[in-house]
Design a protein around this ligand. Structure first.
Ligand SMILES: [Zn+2]
Length: 351
């Protein structure tokens, strides 16, 4: 069995109710562990012994949580304190469908199972159907609400499936090749370069006027723009991986990207730095949420070795040709080689 987490966005119409319940959950767990610490033992209690506005099923979970937090005191030496509102529901008490997630809350002093609008992908739905469901954690992040469900999936469901190799670069930001034979290009390197040149020109003008804070603001804006691009590319990559039944994504080890991102005199240095590390982290994070493993592979010569015969050739104008007859776009060669590269132990990237 393999444990993984799916994170599903939910859309509460009255987030204040969830916020209040989350704070209450946190309060109950902290209060119970504090009491247990004073008693030097966790008391035998049921939901009836706990004064709280939580639905009894959730209160029960809070007691269980408090017990395990109490056990940690012995290991850590101090009492861990929950600092963020959170709301846990056990698998007996929630239901997931394509567009709703239902779980108990309390409204006007009464417990009811409320269905919240949710966006669940077909891949997530498939996992939810096949897996043994665990705890569901409801939480808020940057004003958005999520249900994080832990699942146990038989290992056979995730192994012996597709592999995707990703080649990262400046002209083609990301090229993916899957073991099902599909090649896809993500992002638009030429457009990125154009946008970044615009930023550079504006920076130069501001520099002449010595407007330092405006330069800094512009720099932050450019960073946000790049991060947004990385978010989009990583989302598209993971969506393609899901569609193609990919269970392992292979990425090149980062030191190599810097080496292969050669600078030419025509391009200023800062046009040639792209936040590949951030892109890798985002791919890794999004892939892990849907149970896809991300591995780092050695990518020396991946853009030069012929995928058919292994001979080393250099691409001319992005076009790769080998004397054995193999020919392809240079970045496709990189992606094929990365996909076929063996994975050595300890190279799993998990966000
Ligand atoms: Zn060849």
């Amino acid at each position: 069995m393999q444990t993984l987490t799916v994170k599903i966005r939910i859309f509460p119409t009255q987030p204040n109710i969830l916020r209040k319940l989350g704070k209450e959950y946190m309060r109950v767990v902290n209060q119970l562990t504090e009491q247990a610490e004073q008693l030097r033992a966790f008391p035998k209690i049921t939901t009836k012994d706990v004064e709280s506005i939580l639905p009894s099923a959730v209160c029960n979970q809070a007691i269980r949580d408090a017990k395990s937090v109490y056990r940690k005191i012995k290991k850590v030496g101090t009492r861990p304190v929950l600092k963020k509102p959170v709301y846990f529901v056990n698998n007996q008490n929630y239901t997931v469908s394509e567009n709703t997630i239902a779980f108990p809350i309390v409204v006007h002093g009464k417990t009811k199972k409320m269905a919240f609008h949710a966006i669940t992908s077909s891949r997530e739905m498939e996992l939810v159907r096949k897996a043994k469901l665990g705890l569901m954690r409801i939480g808020e992040k940057s004003g958005k609400w999520y249900a994080q469900i832990s699942l146990e999936v038989p290992t056979s469901e995730t192994s012996h499936q597709g592999i995707m190799g990703i080649d990262l670069g400046l002209k083609a930001p990301a090229v993916a090749m899957t073991s099902t034979g599909k090649t896809r290009f993500f992002g638009n390197g030429r457009h990125n370069k154009y946008i970044r040149r615009k930023y550079q020109e504006r920076r130069r003008k501001l520099g002449k006027l010595k407007k330092l804070s405006a330069i800094r603001k512009l720099g932050n804006k450019e960073q946000r723009w790049m991060k947004d691009q990385n978010h989009k590319i990583s989302r598209q990559i993971v969506n393609t991986a899901i569609q193609e039944g990919v269970s392992i994504i292979k990425l090149e080890r980062l030191a190599n990207i810097r080496k292969t991102a050669r600078t030419s005199r025509k391009n200023a240095k800062n046009l040639h730095s792209w936040t590949f590390y951030q892109l890798q982290q985002l791919i890794s994070y999004k892939a892990n949420l849907v149970g896809i493993k991300v591995m780092e592979v050695n990518s020396s010569y991946t853009s030069q070795s012929c995928p058919d015969c292994g001979a080393k050739n250099k691409a001319i104008d992005r076009w790769y040709e080998c004397s054995c007859g193999f020919k392809a776009h240079r970045d496709r060669v990189g992606a094929i080689n990365i996909m076929r590269q063996p994975v050595t132990d300890g190279n799993s990237l998990s966000a």
